[in-house]
Design a protein around this ligand. Structure first.
Ligand code: PEP
Ligand code: MG
Length: 584
């Protein structure tokens, strides 16, 4: 049994067999084949070599066409290497003489070669060693085939283990078969982590290296409350977590009773509690928990799921589905926030060239530089707004000029629709996310030009503290409790109030029960959260009074470290809601 610690990003307990995604650096266990099967296994090896050669041939052609012959030659060299008679006969001998499985024999021989090249200690040989590792991955992909690689062929529930999952890979996980996931990389508010919340499956990210200690099919436990990954648990541990999974289900049932209760504090202050969604289907999660609306619809997932640019009709249908399901309640549609870690195939070539994607062509910047793409979305939003209370929100606005440009384009789109005689709503409220320090600092100026603000703490924390939100090696520096972040939020709330504009918090901070009393103390009356958290947050609100929330915020203003703030808030939450801090 082995226990690894990571960052818990979606609560719950999952127990099941491991499914390893991606084949970098995982250990191939020593497996044997029956002597009668040796011939069949040798044929499997030959078939894998043939498939790898074919694949390399295709890459050679593609690279030569697109980049030039010298790049195609890299793959031709790989082809030669994998057909090297000496290397192949060494692998075959291990299968024939020792009855090793082709997977194990291949990884053993290629690893030896890679190490040998590495030990020769010069750049040229080090690169050849990397070539061999690459070939090993290709061979294993074919040998292990669908058993490990192809998620679409899953027939039984599994727990996904991966070095990293891109937001689009995560968006395409099928909840029927995926009970939870764990990644070596990733941070608390990386988009992969956010999607785990959307899928409502237990997940842990940022565990650091562990894939070399686990093999496919091994029994795994994911504790999404405490961030523990348990590989090959013993009987007692398995029993303990089976019980804790049962308690989680029971707690979910108990919290369902909150669906029809109003999120109102003990002294009668009504808090607007909305849901964040990434996919139209999630709107159901909001409705069943009694959300007051959708406070953030991350529309870029239309791109990430489809892998290509959606047509106006695809946008339109998605927005109609959401707004109609919300039955008159508001739906805040955020325009595309592509870039950074959210890169669809169609834009890969442009965006992957950014040396620092978080500071590069992302979000509203990308939309303003790709006007046809942006206008297509704006048309669909304005048309769908005929069906209900839709509001438009621009992400990552960092200058007034950007905001004005975006508004100008919106006016152009209205004119186009009018000229074409297409029905749309003209008086759609237009708001912006405050998630860059420059927008927070100039909040008053921005507030005069928008109908509402929504504070995106996930990015505001990363840009204020200069900490990559997806990087586990600096995760200890990433905290919503940092005094600088709290001061900025306070300034934004005050500026919005001075201009009489509503302000919501839609970053993950508002989904964390310990921060909610502080936000209310800072003057926030609207939040938009992970739908699964709505019942817990309702419970916190209904046990809180605003006087206490104000005391919390004044106390926090005197603290000067994130750790002190977080500890203090944890203690106050326990006082407000002793039932909440249940340790599963
Ligand atoms: C945020 O930055 O807080 C936010 C809500 O946007 P996203 O997480 O999609 O970047
Ligand atoms: Mg953001």
């Amino acid at each position: 049994m082995m226990i690894k610690q990571g960052i818990p990003v979606s609560p719950g307990v999952a127990i099941g067999p491991a499914f390893i995604m991606g084949n970098e650096d995982y250990r191939i266990p020593q497996r044997f084949v029956r002597i009668d099967d040796v011939e069949k296994e040798l044929q499997r090896l030959d078939a894998a070599i043939e498939q790898v050669c074919f694949e390399l041939g295709e890459h050679e052609e593609l690279a030569s066409d697109r980049l030039g012959k010298q790049y195609g030659a890299i793959f031709a060299a790989h082809q030669q290497l994998i057909q090297d008679p000496k290397m192949i006969s060494e692998i075959r001998e291990l299968i024939q003489d020792k009855c090793f499985s082709p997977e194990y024999a291949t990884s053993k021989v290629l690893e030896q070669y890679a190490k040998l090249f590495q030990s020769l200690g010069n750049q040229y040989f080090a690169e050849r060693s990397a070539d061999i590792v690459d070939l090993q991955h290709r061979m294993l992909k074919h040998l292990l085939g669908e058993r490990r690689e192809d998620l679409s062929n899953l027939t039984e529930p599994v727990l996904i283990l991966a070095n990293n999952l891109t937001p689009s890979e995560t968006a395409n996980l099928d909840k029927k078969h995926v009970l939870g996931f764990v990644t070596e990389a990733g941070g608390r508010t990386s988009h992969t982590a956010i999607l785990a919340g959307a899928l409502e499956i237990p997940a842990i990210v940022g565990v650091g290296e562990f894939l070399s200690n686990v093999s496919g099919g091994e029994m795994i436990i994911i504790d999404g409350y405490h961030g523990e990954l348990i590989i090959d648990p013993d009987e007692a541990v398995l029993e303990r977590f089976t019980a804790s999974r049962q308690r989680h289900f029971e707690e979910q049932e108990r919290l369902k009773t909150y669906a029809d209760l109003v999120p109102e504090t003990r002294d009668g202050e009504r808090i607007t509690l909305m849901g964040n969604i990434e996919f139209p289907q999630e709107v159901e999660h909001c409705v069943e928990r009694g959300a007051d609306g959708v406070g953030l619809y991350r529309t870029e997932f239309l791109y990430l799921q489809e892998g290509k640019e959606p047509t106006e009709q695809v946008h339109y249908e998605a927005y109609c589905e959401v707004v109609q399901s919300m039955q008159g309640r508001p739906v805040v549609i955020r325009t595309l926030d592509l870039g950074a870690d959210k890169i669809p195939g169609a834009l890969e070539k442009v965006l992957l060239q950014n040396s620092n994607p978080m500071l590069g062509l992302r979000s509203i910047r990308l939309s303003l530089q790709n006007q046809p793409l942006f206008k297509t979305q704006l048309r669909a939003i304005l048309r769908a707004a005929m069906l209900g209370d839709i509001r438009i929100m621009f992400p990552l606005v960092s200058t007034l000029r950007e905001l004005r440009q975006a508004r100008m384009l919106l006016s152009d789109v209205m004119e186009d629709l009018e000229d074409e005689g297409i029905e749309f709503r003209r008086d759609v409220p237009v708001g912006m996310m405050v998630e860059v320090p420059s927008a927070a600092i100039l909040a008053e100026e921005f507030a005069r030009e928008v109908d509402f603000f929504s504070i995106g703490t996930n990015d505001l924390i990363q840009y204020t503290l200069a900490v990559d939100r997806a990087d586990p090696s600096v995760a200890n520096l990433y905290s919503a409790g940092d005094p600088a972040v709290i001061r900025l939020i306070q300034q934004v709330v005050q500026a919005a109030h001075r201009e009489n504009k509503p302000v919501t918090v839609c970053g993950q901070m508002s989904s964390e029960p310990r921060f909610l009393p502080l936000l209310i103390g800072l003057g926030i009356r609207q939040v938009s959260v992970t739908p699964a958290m709505i019942p817990e947050l309702k419970e916190v609100i209904r046990n809180l009074d605003v006087k206490h929330a104000n005391e919390i915020s004044s106390h926090v203003s005197g603290l000067d470290s994130a750790r002190d703030v977080e500890n203090y808030l944890r203690g106050e939450l326990h006082k407000i809601c002793p039932a909440y801090a249940v340790d599963f």
